[in-house]
Design a protein around this ligand. Sequence first.
Ligand code: HEM
Length: 418
Amino acid sequence: MSLSRGTKPDIQILANDIWAERIPHSEFSALRTHAPVAWFDEPDGNSGFWAVTRLDDLVAIHRDHRTFSSQVGGTELEELERDPEAREARRTMLETDPPEHTRIRKLVSRSFTRRAIAQWESTARALVAESIERAIDERKVDFVDAVARRLPIQMISKLLGVPDRDAEELFHWADSVVYHADPDFSDVLYDKDDTDPYRLLPFRSPNSLKVFAYAKRLASEKKARPEGDVISILAASEDLTPLELQTFFLLLVIAGNETTRHSLSHGALALAEFPDQLHRLQEDPGLLETASEEILRWACPQIHFRRTAVSDTNLAGVPISAGDKVVTWYISANYDENAFTDPFTLDLSRNPNPHVTFGGGGPHFCLGAWLARLEVRVFLDEVAKKIKRVHLNGEPERIRSNFINGLKRLPLELEASR
Ligand code: HEM
């Protein structure tokens, strides 16, 4: 493959069918080496985008919201700048720039600080210990269903104020919204069906309406009887319109669940592939902090997000014009040979570990990072204590998505420590 800087590469990184099979690591390696800022044409009349694949460039973009806007066209590949009505209807804090962004984020940021999240540690530990013990008793399990999907749903439900009885159905709808190109989750496929009738809904997914209706009902209950949870805070705010409250709720339900789930399942898969690393952790629990960060780097559940250049600029020597879409590929940056020694080797003692799993810094840095870190850490701790070895027991199945790097099934056989 020969590419030069800024040329149009003949490489596929967009097709959902590729992602259903594998992570296109070799394609990203070629891009990082030969064309770290590369132009990609798009099908379906979209205008194309710059793919940014190196860690340093991603960080520079995320920290410069004045040049690279989240608000102008949103953060997905879909060009909401061409449909202002849809852009306004679907906007969350993720698709706003400061100062508007600061105003909205401030409403809930206190619930997600390191200190606020630390109070949830014993709850998280009890929940994960219970599901791991049950999985060990079964021995052969689909690890996604048995363990990985449970903890994030239970934790985010508690923080938000979603009653346990509602959680299963709510998160089932949320899965179908974000996995809008996978027929196992969604009846309407984003890249195959006519989704124009749903253009005003997040991810063009009709099931958003079910989540909205639920948010409306829950918020009105919490407004009458506040309980100190996140929905009670949102319901009490004079600052949000009813639609803003609903899109905010959907963002939290999706962001607080999917990505953490995939960190746990990719983490378990990595421990099956690198048994020496599980052994290291068992021998030296002092590695827990660096181990959690390495699992987060390795898993990298968010594949990409997008910004829009608002003025002419230059990235790694490539001229970018105002209005261009700029797409940052977290999953490439986390394996950037310039930032990590032996990036394709799992090293639970890796330090420093400047991964960009939660973003590259700047105003949109993941709100839930401390929650996700807590969940990954207690998960790893309990796995290391209770499971001697993890064996792959069939083919993992990937979600058909170029947006979320996720597993829908992970057949594992677990060997108990005792
Ligand atoms: C391993 C798990 C997680 C990963 C990989 C992840 C990843 C990300 C990424 C990449 C961003 C965008 C950063 C940027 O563009 O600069 C983000 C933003 C966000 N995340 Fe997470 N996240 C995770 C867990 C969570 C959790 C548990 C929550 C729970 C509330 C959450 C809520 C959010 C929200 C609300 C935003 C938007 C922040 C803003 O626009 O200011 N995330 N996350």
